[in-house]
Design a protein around this ligand. Structure first.
Ligand SMILES: Nc1ncnc2c1ncn2[C@@H]1O[C@H](COP(=O)(O)OP(=O)(O)OP(=O)(O)O)[C@@H](O)[C@H]1O
Length: 238
């Protein structure tokens, strides 16, 4: 347990009258790819929002690399090695692809030469090197999603959190995404909110299922696939 990269204990969030997340104990190991799944409204985005510092918990604690980060603002979690693709690094449509990634790189690096080198490397990893000077808003949707991932990668995270990264991607783009994650996992643990079960089955080491704000099940993709309570939750018969 002490070796976990990320741990939550009793993590809870109440919005007015609504209990969105209830006493979640969650452990993510170094180098692990974890999928977080669950029906709409299960609390996935809220849980991830608490982990990355966008949502203040009502109760509970969050440890990152053994240190209590529960009260730390989002930008200081980024500096400690957490990157979150969706809200923190949203694409600026009017800026070039390169400049978007450079903005993210400057959270970590100073000096134009070092920033440029990191940007080039991140763009190469997601396969966008040849689009570097293009306005980000002109990229296809799939390429904008890859750009978001490049913006996460350039921060050299130890934990990369991706909120529905394959949503809206073509089959070919999803294949590319899977290959990219297999590469990225060599350097970072990955927490993936993902609705596409093929992607979950192929990429995740373990799967955590949220339902009504609590952990319904946790296990390997095969275990989760066979879990009756999970099947019931998805069919709405639970
Ligand atoms: N800022 C907020 N204020 C009030 N209620 C909220 C807020 N954010 C989320 N909720 C509620 O909390 C519950 C959990 O929402 P959340 O977005 O975390 O679920 P989710 O599992 O990510 O769903 P989806 O798969 O649809 O994105 C929902 O009932 C939602 O309406």
């Amino acid at each position: 347990m002490s070796g976990a990269l990320l741990s939550t204990r009793g993590l809870s969030k109440r919005f007015d009258g609504l209990q969105a997340v209830t006493e979640v104990d969650f452990d993510l190991a170094r180098g692990e790819v974890r999928a977080l799944i669950g029906p709409n409204g299960a609390g996935k985005t809220t849980l991830v929002g608490m982990i990355c510092g966008r949502v203040a918990p009502s109760a509970g604690t969050i440890l990152f690399d053994g240190e209590d980060i529960t009260g730390l603002p989002a930008h200081r979690r980024i500096r400690r090695g957490m990157a979150y693709t969706f809200q923190i690094t949203s694409v600026f449509a009017g800026l070039s692809v390169h400049e978007n990634v450079a903005l993210a790189a400057r959270r970590r690096l100073t000096g134009a030469v070092r920033v440029d080198a990191a940007v080039s490397e991140a763009l190469a990893r997601v396969g966008l090197s040849d689009r570097s000077e293009e306005e980000a808003g002109n990229l296809s949707y799939g390429h904008q999603r890859l750009l978001e991932i490049a913006m996460g990668l350039v921060q050299a995270p130890r934990l990369l959190i991706l909120d529905e990264p394959t949503q809206g991607l073509s089959d070919g783009e999803i294949e590319g995404f899977k290959a990219l994650i297999r590469e990225v996992r060599e350097q970072a643990a990955i927490l993936l909110i993902e609705h596409n079960m093929h992607v979950v089955m192929e990429l995740a080491d373990r799967v955590t299922v949220l339902n009504f704000g609590t952990v319904l099940a946790e296990g390997t993709p095969a275990q989760i696939h066979e879990n009756r309570a999970v099947q019931a939750a998805y069919l709405g018969t639970g």
